[in-house]
Design a protein around this ligand. Structure first.
Ligand code: AMP
Length: 365
């Protein structure tokens, strides 16, 4: 059988897990990344260069049946020339919308997906007027290049407005009403070029300091799941999406409020590697390579815990029954995602016990 060649811009842990999912399918991944030591470069061939280097991007495209990305901040204009040479999936429009929190919220609102009250902020005066109009508390965020809580300031008092502006002002910002959520959940789904869709069970996500600490899935709430699927379907169809797409939601008064979307596989979907018939990584590859999508059925009750800043004692964790360990091969640095583990159990109570056990051995730095 002919091997399919997938080019991946960026060789982080998401790319690495995509490449690993590709081997059994006969998909060979080729990365473009700055570092020969990157998580992806450790498992598949890698072109070295800046992610927006036109020469290396052209080389990647010429050697690939389809190009995808593991980093959503690559500029659409850097990818545009590749479309003349090969397929670029997910579509560039989805990438561009997701890069700007304001455009993302505008798309959600256009599709009748609830979002937090918000306003664009480009000056201290606009920030003052946004806090008057929307109220306090609120979250001031950079419109672009924000991830894992970076470039965010929670504003609780009027006297902190200037401090918030000093901290992240000067570039395009958005001010959002603070959501008093009972939970954060996310929905990961895949769409094929022919418009077939598949959705994973909802994940319930626990963040701290803006970074995902752990996810528990399936989070069973028929009403929320139906609503999340309706919303994700609308976004996927509007963008003629191909690949895996994720939307993160707040649950406020029992209803979903969309926070943001990611045009790629997502940290809150890592549990699907062991926890579902077909992982999010395999389904992303299947979608972009025009293969039939695989079943997203859960095989049990899962918990996924991130390793941040420092790696835990592997053997201690491996002694927990039903635990799978993932080391991304990265140098430790505070706040950096270095790996994760997934626990899979037959019953939620067993899963919760093992989650509590594993959490005792994992320190976040
Ligand atoms: P984000 O980068 O937008 O995903 O934000 C990271 C995390 O910060 C979220 O997962 C929430 O835990 C928190 N957060 C962001 N925006 C808000 C908001 N408007 N209200 C309450 N918490 C928020």
């Amino acid at each position: 059988m002919k091997l399919l060649n997938v080019g991946i811009v960026g060789a982080g842990q998401l790319g690495r897990m995509l490449a690993l999912a590709g081997y059994p399918l006969g998909v060979r991944c080729l990365f473009l990344d700055r570092s020969a030591e990157s998580p992806g470069a450790q498992v598949a061939s890698t072109l070295l260069g800046d992610l927006e280097d036109p020469v290396q991007l052209a080389e990647l495209a010429s050697r690939s049946d389809v190009v995808t990305f593991d980093w959503e901040n690559i500029s659409g204009s850097a990818l545009a020339p590749l479309e003349k040479v090969t397929k670029v999936r997910p579509p560039r429009a989805a990438l561009e919308v997701s890069q700007d929190r304001l455009a993302e919220k505008a798309l959600f609102a256009k599709l009748n997906i609830p979002v937090a009250a918000h306003a664009a902020v480009d000056s201290l005066e606009e920030l003052v007027s946004a806090t008057r109009k929307i109220g306090l508390p609120g979250v001031l965020k950079t419109r672009r290049l924000g991830y894992d809580g970076k470039g965010q300031f929670v504003l609780r008092e009027r006297s902190h407005i200037e401090e918030a502006w000093q901290a992240i002002g000067g570039i395009g910002l958005i001010y959002e009403k603070f959501q008093a959520f009972s939970r954060e959940v996310s929905l990961v789904g895949a769409r094929s070029a022919a418009g077939k869709m598949a959705f994973y069970p909802l994940s319930a996500n626990t963040h701290s300091g803006g970074i995902l600490r752990y996810s528990v899935a399936p989070f069973t709430s028929l009403l929320l799941e139906r609503a999340a699927q309706r919303y994700l379907k609308r976004v996927m169809n509007a963008l003629k999406y191909i690949g895996v797409l994720t939307i993160e939601f707040f649950v406020v008064n029992g209803k979903l409020v969309a926070n943001e979307m990611a045009p790629r596989v997502h940290n809150s979907g890592h549990w699907t590697i062991e926890g579902c018939v077909t992982s999010q990584f395999e389904n992303h590859l299947r979608a972009i390579c025009d293969m039939p999508l695989g079943s997203t059925r859960a095989l049990g009750h899962a918990a996924m815990i991130n390793f941040l800043g420092t790696m835990p004692d592997r053997d201690r964790l491996l002694s927990i029954d039903g635990l799978a360990f993932h080391d991304y091969g990265k140098e430790p640095r505070p706040g950096r995602k270095l790996g994760h583990c997934t626990i899979l159990k037959a019953r939620p109570s067993e899963r919760n016990r093992s989650l509590a056990d594993a959490l005792k051995w994992i320190k976040w730095a």
